[in-house]
Design a protein around this ligand. Structure first.
Ligand SMILES: [Zn+2]
Length: 69
């Protein structure tokens, strides 16, 4: 019997990751320098607002970035 491949972990990672960034991190790119290797993809710049509380979800890995401070 073959083990079934579960996408559950991937989905969880894709919907629950949230990263707080500050204006100093802008322009924002993903993956960031601190992003774990397992969710890396070709680096892309994200057109996130610099307003406090602005958020933007990376279309590649689903990481939600939120601007604070
Ligand atoms: Zn990403």
């Amino acid at each position: 019997m073959m083990a079934t491949t579960s996408t559950k972990d991937y989905e969880r990672l894709g919907t629950s990751r949230e990263v707080i960034v500050t204006r100093k991190d802008l322009p924002l790119h993903c993956p960031t320098d601190t992003t774990a290797l397992w969710c890396s993809h070709p680096r892309v710049f994200l057109p996130i607002d610099s307003n406090d509380g602005a958020s933007y979800r990376c279309p590649y890995c689903g990481t939600l970035y939120r601007v604070l401070g």
